[in-house]
Write a protein that binds this ligand. Sequence first.
Ligand code: NAD
Length: 325
Amino acid sequence: MRIAFFSTKPYDRIWFEPMGKDYGYDMHFIEAPFNEETVTLADGHDAVCIFVNDSVTAGMIDRMCEMGIKALLLRSAGFNHVDIHAAKGRIPVLRVPSYSPEAVAEYAMAMLLTVNRYTHKAYNRTRDFNMNINGFIGTDLNHKVAGVVGTGKIGQAMIRIFKGFNMQVLAYDPYPNPNLDVRYVGLEELMEKSDFISLHCPLTESTRYIINRETIAMMKEGVYLVNTSRGALVDTEALIEGLKNGKFGGVGLDVYEEEEGLFFEDKSSDIMQDENLARLMTFPNVLVTSHMGFFTVEAMQAIATETLENAYAVEHGLPLKNLVE
Ligand code: NAD
């Protein structure tokens, strides 16, 4: 099987190269993202493997069909970046539904602790031997209310972590899990009662801008918000407005609605054109990171293993357990 990997970085090769060789796959690692212009690079391959910010339109699916591409392999759990409707019945789209939910949940907690206790700023101060702690006051998590939006695999790992901090946990999910030891409430109640809110639902038409002017208005003064899920769950302009009004104790964003073409790239020598991202960086209580919640050894290993198993299943006509429908 010839596989074209798009949006690849050195760390992708580290995991895929040795494992793919064991399968006997001919792998072509392409740094460019997968888009309308680069889709032609997939010609001559049997499968295309893409990452979270490679948007696949209906037109690109048509092109892939013409090229005889047999599978679209996602190195991710989320699939909101692919026109699944256009692919249905034409090219199987396979994802990695679960690689390490703990990786993302642990990272969400790291972000929350960072913005709460200002460790990112303290690091810079003490490196200059500025031992002043002014402005770094945080708040205890013990006995506080944590709100988890979406109680799938990552949400459940987050609930376990919050409980480990002796927090009271509220959850919202339109499909509550009866086996979970958590108190489900409506979205409004979660917004009103939580001191710390963490988003773990997928991006769909019903979750787009789930954090908006109205839901922000429902939140407590001094609330903490962490988004490690998908950028467009949050209306960035409404968030900025809330931040300017002093609504938030802290905000951690590992994802951003306009991250495509920006995140995962070194833009440090460029003039930043994205006004909202530039504005977010100016708030002392906001931490933005570049979609790296998944980035652990265990997760990378699992992503490579599962992606190659997905390719193998297509190649050998086996049941496609990770087919996105
Ligand atoms: P999952 O499918 O196991 O769980 C998602 C949960 O969200 C489900 O329980 C579902 O019922 C719930 N949900 C659906 N609509 C909802 C709504 N309107 N409101 C609240 N909940 C809703 O998915 P998961 O593995 O837990 O992953 C969650 C998301 O995390 C993914 O969709 C992806 O966007 C994101 N993610 C981010 C990273 C990262 O590196 N930052 C890595 C992996 C996944």
